[in-house]
Design a protein around this ligand. Sequence first.
Ligand SMILES: Cc1cc2nc3c(=O)[nH]c(=O)nc-3n(C[C@H](O)[C@H](O)[C@H](O)COP(=O)(O)O)c2cc1C
Length: 372
Amino acid sequence: MPALFDPITLRDVEIRNRLWVAPMCQYTILEWDGVPRDWHFVHLGAMAAGGAGLIVVEASAIVPDGRISPADTGIWNDTQATAWAKITAFLHAQGAKVGIQLAHAGRKASTWPDWGYGGKTGSMSDEEGGWETVAPSELPYPDHRTPRSLSRAEIHDLVESFAAAATRAVRAGFDVIELHGAHGYLIHQFLSPLANSRVDDYGGSVENRARFLLQIVAAVRSAIGENVPLFIRLSATDWVIGGWDEEETATVAGWAKLAGADLIDVSSGGITSGVPIQVGPGYQVPLATRLKSRADVLVSAVGAITTPIQADSIIRADQADAVMIAREFSRDPHFALRAAHELGVELSYWPPQYVRTHWPKEGAKQSAFNDG
Ligand SMILES: Cc1cc2nc3c(=O)[nH]c(=O)nc-3n(C[C@H](O)[C@H](O)[C@H](O)COP(=O)(O)O)c2cc1C
């Protein structure tokens, strides 16, 4: 069995280890133009210098109306792509590979950013700078505005926008494309019967609810060619009886693999609010492991994975092919270097600038570090 610091190759991309950074919205674009700036450079750059194998950058909107909030990043125009290119170049120079999560928030769009606006939360009205939201059906997310139901022509246009964003992302230097199909955002809204009451061929049976996702997978695969890995983040369950569940996830993951997807990034929840979820260390890992065996797909596990030994044992026990971590990497951008040290793994990619900061070998004199 491989271990945490063993490389993995997906299509033409070799990733130096299996300890990856999960996407994390920063809600930082004060100009509301979706263009990443210095914060992203430093935030993501530190994790690349800190030894992460793959860094998947935050949910980035494929069209302006697809943003969760106006402070989100985007990848719907070339100005944004040029700004991302500066970031991907630096991350590559540190030896990391870089992915981008392509997103549309659907009925969860047009909300106040997490911070920076006087604690305002929930939907943003038109007067405040918000916009009309769209979804498979006119079913609102609790305490959000009621979305307008998408026409078939609009669905077709969105599939094209995902493909155009993927093309732009590859030109900007991203090595991996991830589709955000989880957490109650647009793709998940189509998948889940709790948000999709359509009576055309995008609603009803699991084949119909999966149609939007599978059309996006096919369009993105054809846009990015055969060499670039394509991931999908899925909520494996809504944690609600009558909602999207693990069985449907396995069925659709199998179809997605046939349509050109390479790995499922397994998360859960988000389609509605107030659902009690038993959160504890590695609480979503069993979802990833069951999906891996049921659908014969590569998976990454995410959620409350915080220690090196925990991450390493998930890989060694073949519970997942990679581990994604969000909050622990935010708390400690050099988590991967620390993990390697704690697991006794010698890395060939310890940053030369930090060689003298490597934890001293037993018995080394502290004075040896005082030069310069
Ligand atoms: C600040 C923050 C922003 C997040 N943004 C995203 C996002 O853009 N896309 C996404 O799929 N998940 C997002 N998540 C969820 C994380 O990717 C991850 O699945 C979750 O935090 C559980 O992993 P952890 O326990 O390692 O933090 C975010 C989480 C945090 C803490």
